[in-house]
Write a protein that binds this ligand. Structure first.
Ligand SMILES: [Fe+2]
Length: 151
């Protein structure tokens, strides 16, 4: 019975079509999962709890003028400097205005201290977010409100 069914031309075309449709559906699903893991990765699990060696320390004025350049120094971490060894270091430090990345600095183990200064300007009050990616855990995040005033 089954062999007779498989021999029918229309059945084979139908089965082949279903197979192609299944593959076409699976490709974007798998590609999306790969993108999530490779590009977004640990951002799904950003750490916000305080840790003296991992929480970014943000140093900048509380209040700035509209469009005025100011420095934002980010040190990892907030209570003690994070190690910078080949097996344990900070890959990069980034600064965000709310959820928009403004800049990112990549660091090398041994030769760079996990501390960077970005010079930025804001047009409106915002939440500045500092993000750091160690080579051994999910990223760590800290934030600070900046008030932008007309001077
Ligand atoms: Fe660490």
């Amino acid at each position: 019975m089954l062999s007779r069914l498989l021999q029918k031309k229309y059945f084979r075309i139908g089965a082949l079509s279903l197979g192609i449709i299944a593959v076409l559906i699976a490709i974007p699903v798998v590609a999306n999962q790969m993108f999530d893991e490779e590009v977004i990765g640990d951002f799904k699990h950003v750490k916000t709890e305080y840790d003296e060696k991992h929480t970014p320390k943000i140093e900048c004025p509380d209040e700035v003028g509209v469009g005025e350049w100011f420095d934002v120094t980010i040190t990892i971490g907030a209570g003690a400097v994070h190690p910078t060894l080949y097996e344990h270091y900070v890959n990069w430090i980034g600064i965000y205005k709310n959820d928009v990345e403004l800049a990112r600095a990549y660091l090398h183990p041994i030769y760079t201290m996990p501390k960077v200064t970005f010079t930025i300007a804001l047009e409106e009050s915002a939440t500045l977010v500092a993000m750091e990616q160690p080579n051994h855990t999910a990223p760590w995040r800290a934030s600070k409100e900046i008030k932008v005033i007309k001077k």
